[in-house]
Design a protein around this ligand. Sequence first.
Ligand code: ATP
Length: 438
Amino acid sequence: MTEPAQYPDLVDRIVNLSKRRGFIFPSAEIYGGFRSTYDYGPLGVLLLRNVKDAWWRSMVQLRDDVVGIDAAILSSPRIWEASGHLANFTDPLVDCRNCHERWRADKIEGTCPNCGSADLTEPRAFNLMFKTYAGPVEDEATVAYLRPETAQGMFVNFMNVLTTTRKKPPFGIAQVGKSFRNEITPQNFVFRTREFEQMEMEYFVPPAEADTWFHYWLEERMRWYLDLGIPADQLRLRHHDADELSHYSAATADVEFLFPWGWDELEGIANRTDYDLKAHAAHSGERLEYFDQASGERYVPYVIEPAAGATRTMMAFLLAAYREDEVGGERRTVLALDPRLAPYQVAVLPLSKNDALVPLSREVLGLLQPVAVCDFDVTQSIGRRYRRQDEVGTPFCVTVDFESLEDRAVTVRHRDTTEQVRVPIDRVAQEIAQRLRP
Ligand code: ATP
């Protein structure tokens, strides 16, 4: 198979494939689009859900020390005052005096990327939070913010979770959901958008153990991406220098992916110390601490936070999976997605539209649907239908032909090798189920 590095226009190809096959559409397209927002189509919701489910499975389901929450998106200004976001969650904004475009000063090199002019204003702090009003009156008392990260939901619910689950440090609270940032320059398709999804976990630990757990989570998170098929030479950890650290952080490292434009962040893993719990305790007047009944000790836990972007990670999986190759003298596009991520895991394909094949094909579909997400496609030649499934990453095609009516067996075709094997209908669900879980 051809290596992805061979496609200089890879982002364009992914944007094009996403639109053509129903992964991601520009939002409000019939009105000319709306400010770098995107809608996830039938295949996109499946892929994005699989990314989030794979994260949840690894971070919550397969552990006994992490629980989940789903906090409100619309949130009190008091949260953001305490967290420091009202004062500090800003990017340096510059205006080009020549063409009047606006840029994030830390992402450009002294000249306007639009017109090339070096006549830029001094940078000024621009707060990235979306402000709105909760209720019919638009005044200071009703100000609310759309959350710019999911993390604060875990801090403000720390005592609720502690008392209802009876967990003790080290333990974590996980959340997956939308966040909103009024990015100055959204860019690179869904890499940077104003509305996006995050997958974050706050892991509360005894302060003395913070460094050990920080390194534990660096390894765990790297393993997750590699296990789901990001090639090792396109993934790295980058430790932040002391002058790059956020105001709350004692140590941070980014998981970076080699995007077509260079290395860029997929996830930040930070030792947030006891900054957030202490800040919320001070602002709310509540005690946010752990009392260890056995030792009689009372302390504010340190927090290790792996914070990933679901939508951005989905884009990385698409980029890493894209291939073009040739089978039987015909070029094809393949998304070599891990079967756990592929939107459809199986496509059931009657060899032809012939009436005799459809009832048995539907029977096979009924057997497979409980174990896999299935597509059912009857139109066009079988070769064309295989290509269509390859292009969206479906790992298995199950073809029902005229022989199937005699021998009650079907052909299972594998996406990557195009190898085909005959499998009895009675065993097909079990076989596919086994091959879907590594
Ligand atoms: P950046 O420096 O790129 O603006 P950040 O370091 O502020 O990002 P975090 O606050 O650490 O990002 O957010 C955690 C994760 O959330 C990021 O690693 C990224 O995957 C995702 N994320 C953050 N902002 C966006 C965005 N505007 N669009 C898509 N995903 C985002």
